[in-house]
Design a binder for this molecule. Structure first.
Ligand code: NAD
Length: 499
């Protein structure tokens, strides 16, 4: 059985805690590896080694650090197939999605090549007699990234790129369900020239996470995962004096106005609702058709498309649309929520429960499900299902549809399909959600913008990647310098204008 330890000081080391967790192939249900779960002592030792490596890395000039990113990007590209396969093996998503996972992380590394420009400070000459003012951005020191199972390449790369290029050392704690991709990325980063100790991958569960939160050397925590854990981590990290940004779960709505192109809206909903088995924080899980007849026109187009979807293992070739969910418990929970929707009176138009794939009977497959006539009081509406389940919540008019979204606890992504520019513009301006799509169902911003939700989808300031991430992983220092030639002597006791 493959054993996955930790990546410390530039090499793989076994865990010493005696505790481990099974890593599964969700397509078959088989245990494919055991991943070590770090103790507090192991975490603290990894941090101590990172602390030793960090000053040398911070003193490496920014352009050289950026060159490591360039080489890293080249290596990720060269190993694209291998990385995608690792993602798909442990996560279950189809290979095309595995590649997308790597690609969207790679794009953040590409932007990090420009970090020296993004990290430039400001300068004001002659701010007063003989006085110059300037600011600089400095790394924080040792920082941490804690990542979820659903993007085993992309989200670790979103954390590593900005933190490392800014001159920090990073402790990365990937999901214990999909640890191998992050371990391989650490090897590639070393091959790209990252000095040993600057990136430590520590595998683990709550014990390792709590050790990160309580370690005094760690200055900042970037977390991505479910809302309850995001909220917990944000609270504990902040009360321990750390900088924290914690991104949580989602319930993303898509409004379909009566004037929308219904065929395109239905295509978009199928991709955004069922792609990667709905295990995306930007998946659309609620369709909101507006006005008389819109729901019927939409559902009539959705059903045949949904019924055509092929669910299967990632090894099943290009005609498999999506794979299994992550664990048997996830499958059970999703099917339980579908049961609850039926019991609450929602109309189950397509039922994905009880799906068995021939030859893969122990895999964690859930077929695509579609509910109509869902109401906001139902559990299937309130909870993030994180599975291939789309709910239709009908609304009479645009204002009610907008209010439904505004009143929802989550605010990660949302979309509107319409042919009317005024409505789209009004929606983008008034909706209280961080990422908005107009005739675009999964509005994940490109890597030179930034990614982040509102409300219970994110705790803390600043978004992930782009300029915000460099701000998060650096602190500003402002220097006021005076040189005395031509300046009269004198004592000043008061704040006053620099004249
Ligand atoms: P999760 O919250 O269960 O786990 C995330 C990380 O937290 C993992 O590294 C895990 O080991 C750790 N963790 C889990 N339980 C913990 C505990 N009790 N104490 C301390 N640490 C703990 O999330 P997941 O199931 O891996 O990922 C799916 C969730 O992530 C979904 O809710 C999804 O919406 C969300 N997500 C959000 C974004 C975003 O950017 N907003 C992106 C991707 C995924």
């Amino acid at each position: 059985m493959k054993e996955i330890g930790h990546w410390i000081d530039g090499k793989m080391v076994p865990g010493t805690s005696g505790r481990s967790s099974d890593v599964l192939n969700p397509a078959t249900g088989e245990v494919i590896a055991k991943v070590a779960l770090a103790t507090q002592a192991e975490l603290d030792a990894a941090v101590a080694a990172a602390e030793k490596a960090q000053p040398g890395w911070a003193a490496t000039n920014p352009q050289r650090r950026a060159r490591v990113m360039m080489k890293f990007a080249d290596l990720i590209n060269a190993h694209m197939d291998e990385l995608a396969e690792l993602v798909s093996l442990e996560h279950g998503k189809v290979l095309l999605d595995g590649r997308g996972d790597v690609q969207r992380g790679l794009e953040v590394i590409e932007v990090c090549m420009g970090a020296p420009a993004l990290m430039k400070g400001e300068y004001t000459g002659d701010a007063g007699p003989g006085i110059d003012l300037y600011s600089m951005r400095q790394p924080l020191g040792v920082v941490a990234g804690i990542t979820p199972f659903n993007f085993p390449a992309m989200i670790p790369l979103w954390k590593m790129g900005p933190a490392l290029v800014a001159g920090n050392a990073m402790i990365l704690k990937p999901s214990e369900r999909c640890p191998s991709t992050a371990m391989r990325l650490a090897e590639l980063a070393q091959e790209a020239g990252l000095p040993d100790g600057v990136l430590q991958v520590v595998n683990g569960d709550k014990e390792a996470v709590d050790a990160i939160l309580d370690n005094d050397t760690i200055q900042a925590v970037g977390f991505v995962g479910s809302t309850p854990i995001a909220q917990y981590i944000y609270g504990r990290a902040c009360s321990n004096g750390k900088r924290a940004q914690c991104f949580g779960g989602a319930k993303n709505h898509m409004i379909i106005m009566p004037d929308a192109d219904m065929d395109k809206a239905a295509d978009a909903l199928v991709g955004a609702g069922y792609g990667a088995a709905g295990e995306r924080c930007m998946a659309i899980s609620v369709a909101v058709p507006v006005g008389q007849g819109t729901a019927e026109a939409l559902i009539e187009r959705l059903v045949p498309k949904i019924e055509k979807l092929k669910v299967g293992p990632y090894t099943g070739g290009n005609d498999v649309d999506f794979g299994p969910v992550i664990t048997a418990q996830a499958k059970e929970r999703i099917e339980g929520l579908i049961d609850s929707g039926v019991a609450a009176g929602a109309e189950l138009v397509v039922d994905g429960r009880g799906l068995k794939i021939q030859g893969y009977e122990n895999g964690f497959y859930v077929g695509p499900s579609l509910f109509d006539k869902v109401t906001p009081e139902m559990e299937i509406y309130k909870q993030e299902i994180f599975g291939p389940v789309l709910s239709v919540v009908r609304q009479d008019n645009y204002e009610d549809a907008l209010k439904l979204i505004i009143d929802n606890d989550y605010g990660n992504g949302t979309a509107i399909f319409t042919a009317d520019g005024d409505t789209a513009r009004d929606f983008a301006a008034r909706v209280n959600v961080g990422m908005v799509g107009i005739n675009f169902p999964i509005p994940v911003p490109l890597s030179y913008y930034t990614f982040g939700g509102w409300k219970k989808s994110a705790f803390g300031d600043l978004n992930q990647y782009g300029p915000d991430a460099l701000r998060f992983y650096t602190k500003t220092k402002t220097v006021t310098a005076r040189w005395f030639s031509g300046i009269k002597d004198g004592v000043a006791l008061n704040f006053k204008a620099l004249d």
